[in-house]
Design a protein around this ligand. Structure first.
Ligand SMILES: NC(=O)C1=CN([C@@H]2O[C@H](COP(=O)(O)OP(=O)(O)OC[C@H]3O[C@@H](n4cnc5c(N)ncnc54)[C@H](OP(=O)(O)O)[C@@H]3O)[C@@H](O)[C@H]2O)C=CC1
Ligand SMILES: Nc1nc2c(ncn2[C@@H]2O[C@H](COP(=O)(O)O)[C@@H](O)[C@H]2O)c(=O)[nH]1
Length: 328
């Protein structure tokens, strides 16, 4: 049955309250997520065209959260050692196939304990993910477990009951995603409403994943109940990230492809992702600085001092007005 009160980032504007700050610099964008506190409530997506080992460790050392991808599985144990040798936390991804259970057993045998593990599965509301959460929690009880991806409140409750410390919401809103086209399912077009619905029942943390197109969407995610925001396309294309620079007609690009694309899988089977070119964007630290400035400004418009104050604002639904009619 279609719902009528559904909306997405572009349909919402937050309503300003009286400012209580003398400067936007006073606004606190930090977030405690599991055992650590980070400068911003954002994380680059655990995709092979967004993050690599070197960038992950640099981000961790600079107090930004990251999740390393799972697409070179044999490098993960060494990555945990490298992160710890660099005096930062280790945040890795796993799938749900049998070999992943062997990998976890090996970590336990080697006394290698990642601080964060993300279970990275397209359809996270499944017994395979529930079983993996339980296994992780039994074998690595001190590790913070993020599980996903899900679309609905009942899925959030199921993963939390299995032991997840955070659930990741977003099926199909990503820029490199074609799940909605291939299967007819997903939160594409109502991702922000899905975050709100999931956050209403959550007793633990919520990660909004996919569909962020502007920095203001980060503030909107927090306002509607997310604790953290995972971002792919806006973090792709940076100097420090993976991928070669491609020159075309005088412009420079990097490749951004879906983790369920044929480019990731090496074959055209169960494909639910595509490949795009994104403009070369300079340093990721400039992007992070601008995200921080914009979030600080958002907190000031919320009449607050920190991220939590964003959850106290009112909003209006105004369809198709976000670019003021100027889409250039
Ligand atoms: N956030 C999103 O909207 C989406 C994200 N992705 C990303 O793509 C990557 C690959 O994801 P995924 O295919 O889950 O990972 P895997 O290819 O590792 O598949 C994990 C396991 O789940 C099974 N599986 C996958 N999809 C389904 C399904 N719809 N129903 C039942 N079983 C299923 C697979 O078996 P089998 O292949 O035999 O079915 C496999 O055993 C991940 O990084 C994921 O985050 C992909 C699509 C959507
Ligand atoms: N349906 C698919 N979703 C995918 C795929 N690869 C990654 N993703 C999801 O997208 C977000 C990033 O979204 P963006 O809008 O910020 O670019 C990522 O975190 C995954 O959840 C895929 O192949 N298919």
């Amino acid at each position: 049955m279609p719902e009528s009160n559904l909306f997405d980032y572009e349909d919402i504007q937050l309503i300003p309250k009286k400012c209580i700050l003398k400067s936007r610099h006073e606004a606190d964008t930090s977030i405690t997520f599991g055992p650590h506190t980070f400068k911003l409530p954002v994380m680059p997506a655990n995709m092979q065209t967004v993050i690599n080992e070197q960038l992950a460790i640099e981000l961790g050392q600079a107090d930004y959260f990251y999740v390393m991808h799972r697409f070179e599985p044999e490098t993960r144990a060494q990555f945990i050692k490298d992160a710890h040798a660099a005096n930062t936390f280790a945040s890795i991804s796993v799938g749900v196939k049998d070999a992943e259970y062997d990998f976890i057993d090996q970590l336990v045998a080697d006394n290698l304990v990642p601080e964060y593990v993300t279970i990275d599965i397209a359809h996270g509301y499944s017994d395979t993910v529930i079983d993996m959460i339980k296994y992780l929690k039994s074998k690595l009880p001190d590790t913070f477990v993020i599980a996903g991806n899900v679309a609905t409140p009942d899925a959030v409750t199921a993963l939390e009951e299995a032991g997840a410390d955070a659930t990741k919401v977003g099926v199909g809103p990503g820029m490199a995603c074609i799940t909605k086209l291939k299967t007819g399912f997903g939160t594409g077009g109502w991702q922000l409403a899905a975050i709100q619905q999931c956050a209403e029942v959550a007793t633990k943390l919520i990660v909004a994943d996919g569909g962020i197109r502007y920095n203001g969407d980060i503030a909107k995610s927090i306002a509607f109940g997310a604790d953290m925001v995972m971002i792919g396309s806006l973090f792709a294309g940076h100097e420090e990230g993976p991928g070669d620079v491609i020159e075309m007609d005088g412009a420079k690009y990097k490749t951004y492809f879906g983790s369920a694309s044929q480019f990731q899988k090496g074959e055209y089977r169960n494909v639910e992702g595509k490949k795009l070119l994104v403009p070369l964007r300079g340093s990721i630290y400039s992007t992070l600085r601008e995200m921080q400035e914009d979030l600080q400004s958002a907190i000031s418009y919320a009449g607050g001092r920190d991220l939590h104050d964003l959850t106290k604002v009112d909003s209006v639904i105004v369809r198709n007005t976000i670019t003021n009619g100027d889409n250039r």
